[in-house]
Every structure is written in C-alpha cells, then in structure tokens.
Design a protein around this ligand. Structure first.
Ligand SMILES: Cc1cc2nc3c(=O)[nH]c(=O)nc-3n(C[C@H](O)[C@H](O)[C@H](O)COP(=O)(O)OP(=O)(O)OC[C@H]3O[C@@H](n4cnc5c(N)ncnc54)[C@H](O)[C@@H]3O)c2cc1C
Length: 373
C-alpha cells in the first residue's frame, strides 16, 4: 500500500485543526456522557460547516467528499480529544440514505446533518452480544404501529440521545438474522425506560427496557425482516473513521509527558519501552490507512477493519499499562490521565465487537481459515 494525503487534503486537515482550537478544553473523547451538552454544541458547529454530512452524497444534502476527508476530520477530532464521531451522522444517516423512503430522508436527515438529533444503537441484549442474530426484543405489527417489547443493554450515550436505532425481531426466533428489522424508537415514548450501567472509567452505558412501546410503521427503515444486510452495509461505510489512529498517538504522547513529569524520562527501561510503543503506534496508523486504502479502491474492508480494531485497541491498552509498569501506584492517582487511559482502554477491546470475534473475521476472510471463505 502506498498512501499519502494530497496538498488539498492537508489543507483541509489544517482547517479542521484551526476549527478545533476553540474546543481545546473540551476533552470529551473520554467520558463523553459527562459533557454531552458541550459535545452537542461542537456537533452543531460541525453541522454548520457541513462536516457531519461530509461524505454523504450531494442529493442527500451532503458534500459528496471522498472517504479520506472524513478520515482526516475524525482523526483530528480524536487527536484533539474533542469527541467521538456521532452514530447518527454515520450509521443511522447512511442507512437512511441507502434504504430510507423519500419521506424518511426528508424527516430525519436535515436534523442529523445539523447536529440537532442524536441516536443510540440498540443492538445488544443481555443474552445477545457477539451472537446478535439470536436477539429476542420483539416487534409485533398491529395496523399502523409496531408494539415493541424487550430489553437492550450496553447502549452508549442513550441517557442523552433522542432516538434508539433499534434492531428487533419481527420474524421467528429460528429465523435468526433473517427475521430482524430496524426501527427508530423515540427514547422518550411511553413504555421506554433507560437505566444506567456504570462503567469502570466513570462514565456509563445503559440498559433500555421497552414495554409495549408503540412505534409507527413509517419508522421502520428498510424492509421487514431485512435489517441484517443493510446494517452490514452501513457499518462498512463507517469503517475508516471508527478507530482513528491519532487517538493512539495522543495516548502515547500523554504517557511520555507523564514520564517526563515523573522524572522517569531518562530511565533506560522506560525509554526502551516507549520506543517499542512508538513502533506499535506506527503499526496502528498503517492499519488505519489500510482500511482507508481498501475503501478508496472500492474493496470490502471488513478484514482490514477487524485487524485495525484489534491492533488499535490493544496498543491503547499497552500504552496505558506501560505507565503503570513505570510508575506503579503513582500512575493510578485518581483524576490523573494515566489512570483514566487505563480504565478507559479496558472496554475498547469489547465495544464494537470483541477482539476474539475480530480475530475470527481476519482468520476467515483474510487468511481463509476455519471453513468456507
Ligand atoms: C463500551 C461499550 C460500548 C457499547 N456500546 C454499545 C451500543 O451502543 N449499542 C449496543 O447495542 N451494544 C453496545 N455494546 C455491546 C457490545 O457490542 C457487546 O458487549 C459485544 O458485542 C460483546 O457482546 P457480549 O458483551 O454479549 O459478550 P459475549 O458475546 O457474550 O462474549 C463473551 C466472551 O466470549 C467471546 N466470544 C463470543 N463469541 C465468540 C466467537 N464466535 N469466537 C470467539 N470468542 C467469542 C467474546 O470474545 C468474549 O470474550 C457496547 C459494549 C461496550 C463495552
């Protein structure tokens, strides 16, 4: 792979950095749930520039930019520790662009593009995470509405979001992935209850209980029982921005700064370990670019994205772990960045698909192991 950004792309990167200078103190890449109002203001400002719909097609109100622009945008946002990319403008909007009705596009895309409307993903359940096709939350059609009953868990940011992007069962339990549909559920509708699930880093995930919730049929996206395929397509569109490599570089920079402050920077063991980690950061950057390269060439990037996720999230853990090995208890002082890096990095290998599941994808799709390709 050969990849270099063009002068025009570098200019765009510069523009993003200048914009982000006003958000220097936001620091909401971690613990976003504690700073949602400020993050929402950032998204609104990005929406005003058209950056939340940067790579949407023009006919959907986007700027029609190349995937590389989006990559640069979210890489810089992650590097500035400002926020994570919103699921609404990515997975939700792209699915609507691809398979929403005209009425749905008119209703949902403008507020998403403006950064005014936000979604949480309602996929996982207590007994269905990696094996999502076994989920049980059920939607029964009655005339113009679906009646939805079930429980979801681990929903990121659901406490602050407007809608739930709900994957639910409309077919039989045995139909697995072929019996699932996507519904847009108002998180403030009668029968919806959102409860916190505290996380190790001090933020929260949520469980969402749905008790006979009425959802208008025109809030089903795509065909009934047809969600599985369209979910995969939207996810594929997002792969280049899901794990921005500059976040990993920033983690390392923060640990280096901490070693300097702690008087450890001249220690040979510390320097050797930091050098090894610097190589791992390059590796994370290279795999991030491999995903982008595959996408720009129009190739499916599932295996590259899975490998990138594994490397990215493991390097984050290695960097955070190094600070503890260097400094012992000093690296764990409450409120310090090094302890936050550690506590936060622990869940990164689970959310968005576990390391084992990602390795399974690489084994099957890239290496041809484990049966049919
Ligand atoms: C921070 C965070 C944010 C999340 N956000 C959301 C969200 O917004 N919306 C949402 O719906 N969900 C969300 N999730 C849930 C997440 O998608 C699931 O936790 C994840 O898919 C794993 O599912 P599980 O927890 O049920 O574990 P399980 O699937 O039960 O896995 C348990 C263990 O078994 C291993 N395992 C399972 N299957 C295989 C296999 N085929 N091969 C090898 N090993 C396997 C796993 O790797 C893991 O170690 C989030 C999770 C986290 C941690």
């Amino acid at each position: 792979m050969r990849y270099a950004f063009s002068a025009e792309e570098e200019l765009f990167r510069h523009e993003v950095r200048e914009f982000l200078a006003d958000y220097r103190d936001l620091d909401a890449f971690f613990l976003q749930g504690l700073k949602w109002e400020k993050v929402k203001a950032l998204f609104r400002a990005m929406g005003e520039r058209g950056w939340l719909s940067l790579a949407w097609p023009r006919e959907a109100g986007g700027l029609g930019a190349a995937a590389s622009r989006e990559y640069l945008l979210w890489d810089e946002v992650a590097s500035a520790r400002a926020a994570r990319n919103p699921l609404s403008a990515g997975i939700v909007a792209r699915t609507l662009v691809r398979c929403g009705t005209d009425a749905q596009k008119e209703r949902w895309l403008p507020p998403i593009r403006a950064g005014e409307m936000h979604f949480s993903l309602g996929y996982s359940e207590p007994e269905a995470g990696s094996d999502l096709a076994s989920l049980r939350c059920r939607a029964e059609r009655r005339g113009d509405v679906y009646i939805v009953t079930g429980q979801k868990c681990w929903q990121s940011y659901a406490q602050d979001m407007d809608y739930l992007w709900l994957l639910c069962r409309t077919g039989t339990q045995e139909s697995r992935g072929a019996g699932l549909s996507l519904l847009i559920v108002d998180l403030h509708a009668p029968g919806v209850r959102v409860g916190p699930l505290p996380t190790l880093d001090g933020d929260q995930l949520n469980e969402v209980h749905l008790d006979s919730v009425e959802v208008p049929v025109d809030q089903r996206v795509g065909p009934e029982d047809g969600a599985w395929k369209i979910m995969g397509e939207a996810l594929a569109d997002e792969r280049h921005i899901q794990f921005p490599p500059k976040r990993v570089r920033r983690d390392l920079e923060e640990v280096i700064t901490w070693t300097e402050r702690a008087g450890l920077a001249s220690d040979a063991m510390v320097r050797g370990r930091l050098a090894e980690l610097a190589v791992r950061v390059f590796e994370a950057e290279a795999t991030g670019l491999q995903v982008l390269d595959a996408m720009q060439k129009g190739r499916p990037a599932a295996a590259e994205a899975a490998a990138n996720k594994v490397i990215h999230t493991l390097v984050c853990q290695e960097i955070a772990r190094a600070a503890m090995d260097f400094g012992g208890p000093e690296a764990l002082v409450e409120g310090s960045r090094t302890q936050l890096l550690w506590r936060q990095s622990l869940w990164e290998t689970i959310g968005g698909g576990t390391t084992e599941v990602m390795r399974g994808i690489v084994a099957k799709q890239a290496l041809g192991l484990g049966g049919r390709r």
